[in-house]
Design a protein around this ligand. Structure first.
Ligand code: BES
Ligand code: MN
Ligand code: ZN
Length: 498
């Protein structure tokens, strides 16, 4: 949802609103903060001692009506020992600070300095990014609000006091593009299936046109012409028709090969005729988190005018059981010409991606393809919700993804691929079958995808554990995480801009 947080950047000066300072271990403040604390005399040390606050990373101290200061409240957030604070730490601290704002606050001033000194422009922007992500809430359908719910700030102004406000503001414009991309992805994932079906998803994606993105929407007839029998088979049991959306952002060298991102967009996954149990089936409205990430990423790249040619392609379907639905035992023909025997209609994501991967590869000849998909429950069994599964046919691309993930805190863990696993999806009746049995379920799913990428460098991120239902963190309180936008944005920024 559109953010009601306003960000402003100015010089170091306390105002009459909530004041947020940072301090390192042993109550070590920067020079601007030290001057403020000095005004409180002994009371600051007494408050800190009473609360056993020493400045440990992520901890905080709340002083209401601080003596001799013209502010209603002083919040001190600890940064710990760290002079070696990374961008990821800064984003987190921005989230912590935002989380400390009382419900009633309409404005706050954040002193952007640590014990080691004033922050650089990019660091200030990272704090702001964390604050923005923490401030996100999906409350579109709440008509009432309980008192104890962490509020999405109705309207709040965050003033960042810093040593070079103009360059901080400039750095923020780039980070704001990324924040908007994450928020867009979260909104899409949080929306229920009755609202966000393929046609509506495609319409919302078309809004990227405003940023200079070229958006094409292919309907069922167009996909039939292309021979996308696997994608269409998944959607045929739903009254909501399938769509394929192709986004192109051309900020790089004219005619240069693009990088390509592909998303699984199953707007609701009932399992089809191989229907899922009722327990937690409602979570399957989020089975389009891969597609949401791709849209958020292209938004971010376009909004900050990234110097890259990027393609985003999302296969949008609803997997439902009805008289027209696909059956176990059916054999479908993919656009690539390869055939797939359907063993379980609930293994539908790989069918959608098989056609979209082939289409993107043939049409765009990309430098690499990265697909994101809430593909398997098996990846959650393997990795929980901390890491996404990474399957990759290219060591350099894998290395870059792992590094980018560590840098932004969206981490990926590399999983194996190999001929022994590939054999497990050979079929008696067709070129392959869509499941490989219980063991290695995340891997055999990846093997099927690999059969549609040929020699192109490719990575598959299985985000079933990270894309939704995430544990609450300092930078996210919502069910949807928007996972992957910051990771891939960092990958592009670090390696693929001209
Ligand atoms: N969308 C699910 C995977 C999933 C499960 C995502 C839980 C998020 C949370 C996927 O389409 C699916 O149903 N996979 C099956 C595959 C099986 C039938 C081979 C699974 O993981 O059980
Ligand atoms: Mn499924
Ligand atoms: Zn699914």
């Amino acid at each position: 949802m559109a953010s009601a947080v306003r960000f402003a950047f100015g010089p170091f000066a306390a105002r009459r609103d909530v004041l947020i300072l940072f301090c390192a271990e042993n109550l070590k403040f920067g020079s601007a903060g030290r001057r403020i604390i000095a005004r409180m005399g002994e009371t600051f040390r007494r408050a800190a001692a009473a609360d056993h606050f020493t400045g440990k990373n992520g901890s905080s101290l709340d002083v209401v009506a601080p003596v001799n200061l013209d502010v209603p409240r002083l919040v001190v957030v600890g940064t710990g020992k760290g002079d070696a604070l990374t961008s990821r730490d800064l984003v987190k601290l921005g989230g912590v600070a935002m989380g400390k704002l009382p419900k009633a606050a309409t404005a706050a001033t954040i002193f952007a300095e640590f014990g080691s000194g004033a922050l650089k422009a990019g660091q200030v922007a990272d704090l702001a990014l964390g604050a923005r992500l923490r401030g996100y809430a999906f409350d579109l359908y709440k008509t009432k609000r309980k008192d104890d719910e962490e509020r999405a700030p109705k309207k709040i102004e965050l003033n960042f006091a810093c040593s070079n406000p103009r360059s901080a503001e400039k750095a923020w414009s780039g980070r704001a593009a990324i924040a908007d991309g994450v928020v867009l992805a979260r909104d899409l994932v949080n929306e229920p299936g009755n609202v966000l079906y393929p046609g509506e998803f495609a319409r919302r994606t078309s809004a990227l046109g405003k940023l200079g993105v070229n958006v094409e929407v292919l309907d069922v007839a167009a996909m039939r012409k292309l021979g996308m029998g696997a994608l269409l088979g998944v959607g045929q049991g739903s009254t909501h028709e399938a769509r394929l959306v192709v986004m192109r952002w051309n900020g790089g060298k004219r005619g240069g090969d693009p990088v390509a991102f592909i998303g699984k967009g199953v707007c609701f996954d009932s399992g089809g005729l191989s229907i899922k149990p009722a327990q937690n089936m409602e979570d399957m409205k989020g089975d389009m988190a891969g597609a949401a990430c791709v849209v958020g990423l292209i938004h971010a790249l376009a909004a900050r005018k990234a110097k890259v040619n990027a393609v985003g392609a999302i296969g949008l379907v609803e997997n439902m059981p009805d008289g027209k639905a696909q059956r176990p035992g059916d054999i479908v023909k993919t656009m690539s010409g390869q055939t797939i025997e359907i063993i379980n209609t609930d293994a539908e994501g790989r069918l959608v991606l098989a056609d979209v991967l082939h289409y993107v590869n043939k049409r765009f000849k990309p430098k690499f393809m990265i697909n994101l998909a809430t593909l398997t429950g098996a990846i959650i069994v393997a990795l929980g919700q901390e890491y996404a599964g990474l399957f990759c046919n290219d060591d350099k691309l894998a290395e870059r993804l792992i590094k980018a993930g560590e840098a932004v805190g969206e981490r990926v863990w590399r999983m194996p691929l190999g001929p022994e696993y590939d054999k497990m999806i050979d079929s008696k009746f067709a070129d392959m079958k869509n499941t490989g049995g219980r063991s290695g379920g995340a891997i055999t799913a990846a093997q099927l995808l690999q059969r549609f990428v040929e020699k192109t460098p490719w990575a598959h991120l299985d985000i079933a554990g990270t894309g939704m239902g995430s544990p609450q963190s300092d930078i996210n309180r919502s069910w949807a995480s928007g996972w992957g936008v910051r990771l891939l944005e960092r990958l592009v920024e670090d390696h693929y801009e001209r």
